[in-house]
Design a protein around this ligand. Structure first.
Ligand SMILES: Nc1ncnc2c1ncn2[C@@H]1O[C@H](COP(=O)(O)OP(=O)(O)O)[C@@H](O)[C@H]1O
Ligand SMILES: [Mg+2]
Length: 243
């Protein structure tokens, strides 16, 4: 238990009348790629929203490396090393790749009036490194994110997680609306997180995608965990039967 990077303990979530999470407990190990699957409404995004600080749990506890933590905002999650990539990307299309990489964490230099000014030179230099480090081939860190393909945007988000040395990277349906080739790229990214020592939580309703890149599969249905197995110890049929 002490080796878990994140532990979720008996977490409940009520949305007025809806009991969206009914006592979920899960452990995520360092360096593990976990696929979280389930039908629409199973509670996957609700769980992830709690881990990423987008909304609070109604009840239960979250522990990071064995210590109880309060995740009250997306900023708290980022500071704890939890990075989340949403279905509809969190990037700002009208801003450059380098601005997007540093969004909310811009390095500052100081002007003579003592006001913080963004250190654009540092941002540009570090962006080039971060992008290359993520194995992305992009023209320039000054290109606008709006000009990138969906897969390239996911790549920038992954470069951001790597640059800020996130411990956990959550991807909520990152392959929705992506072309086949781009989807394969995202699946490759999930696989590569392992080598970087980052725990990946990959949410998808496509079982095939999860089988391709995850070490472990957690299935949720109606607000509960209904299956939790190593990928090699389960199969599509077993999972479809519990959903
Ligand atoms: N903001 C919300 N307000 C009210 N109900 C919600 C809200 N978000 C999710 N729900 C409900 O909670 C349940 C789980 O939803 P969700 O976590 O989005 O599932 P999934 O991501 O697995 O599709 C569903 O019944 C959904 O309608
Ligand atoms: Mg969802």
């Amino acid at each position: 238990m002490s080796t878990s990077i994140i532990s979720v303990r008996n977490v409940h979530k009520w949305y007025s009348g809806v009991h969206a999470l009914k006592g979920v407990s899960l452990d995520f190990a360092p360096n593990e790629a976990v696929g979280l699957i389930g039908d629409n409404g199973a509670g996957k995004s609700t769980l992830i929203n709690i881990l990423s600080g987008a909304q609070p749990a109604s009840e239960g506890e979250i522990m990071l490396e064995g210590k109880p933590v309060k995740i009250n905002s997306p900023r708290d999650a980022m500071d704890l090393g939890i990075e989340t990539i949403y279905q509809y990307n969190s990037m700002v299309p009208t801003m450059s790749i380098s601005r997007n990489l540093f969004i909310g964490r811009e390095p500052l230099k100081y002007s003579m009036f003592g006001l913080g000014v963004m250190d654009r030179k540092k941002m540009a230099e570090e962006s080039v490194q971060a992008i290359a480090g993520a194995g992305l081939h992009l023209r320039s860190p000054d290109a606008l994110v709006g000009e990138l393909s969906g897969g390239q945007r996911q790549g920038v988000a992954i470069a951001r997680a790597m640059h800020f040395k996130s411990k956990v990277m959550i991807l909520d349906e990152p392959t929705n609306h992506l072309a086949v080739k781009e989807t394969q790229k995202v699946i490759g990214f999930v696989r590569s997180l392992k080598e970087l020592g980052i725990t990946g939580i990959f949410i998808s309703h496509n079982i095939h995608h999860v089988f391709e890149c995850c070490d472990r599969i957690v299935a949720m249905a109606r607000g509960e965990v209904v299956l939790d197995k190593r990928t090699e110890d389960t199969n599509m049929k077993e999972i479809l039967d519990v959903l």
